[in-house]
Design a binder for this molecule. Structure first.
Ligand SMILES: [Zn+2]
Length: 130
């Protein structure tokens, strides 16, 4: 089970409430990407090679975004988001799985129509029924 001690030291946030940094890109070009933690202000940068950065390093430093409320990351997820966060995430995961299953069970002929309507409401959340 992962704990905060397994997190790359560069991603451990100086803001003790948040524990793990939340890096947001501030500058990017073909050679590098610079990011800043929105919670403690720490800056990091990755050099790019052939226009790409090191995925493994990127994953380690952005572990906050990749946390899962189950499996080996469950403990760390709970440390960061609390037990309530685990319950919330588990609940929304269950809802998503149920929605995925409903989509799977739907006859093909309805699937495209369903996606079309969903796209419409994603773009127009307050749209009228058409
Ligand atoms: Zn931070």
């Amino acid at each position: 089970m992962m704990t905060i001690k397994d997190v790359d030291p560069r991603a451990r946030c100086d803001n003790k409430r948040f524990k793990i940094c939340d890096f947001i890109p501030i500058l990017e070009d073909e050679t590098m990407i610079a990011e800043r933690c929105g919670m403690c202000g720490r800056k990091i940068h990755f050099n790019k090679k052939d226009g790409k950065y090191d995925n493994k390093l990127y994953g380690q430093l952005h572990i906050r975004s990749f946390l899962q409320p189950y499996g080996s990351m469950k403990g760390l997820f709970e440390e960061i988001h609390g037990m309530q966060g685990v319950e919330r995430a588990t609940e929304s995961l269950k809802k998503k799985e149920a929605a995925d299953q409903r989509m799977k069970d739907m006859p093909d002929v309805f699937k495209e129509k369903y996606r079309e309507v969903k796209r419409y409401y994603d773009r127009h959340p307050n749209g009228n029924i058409i």
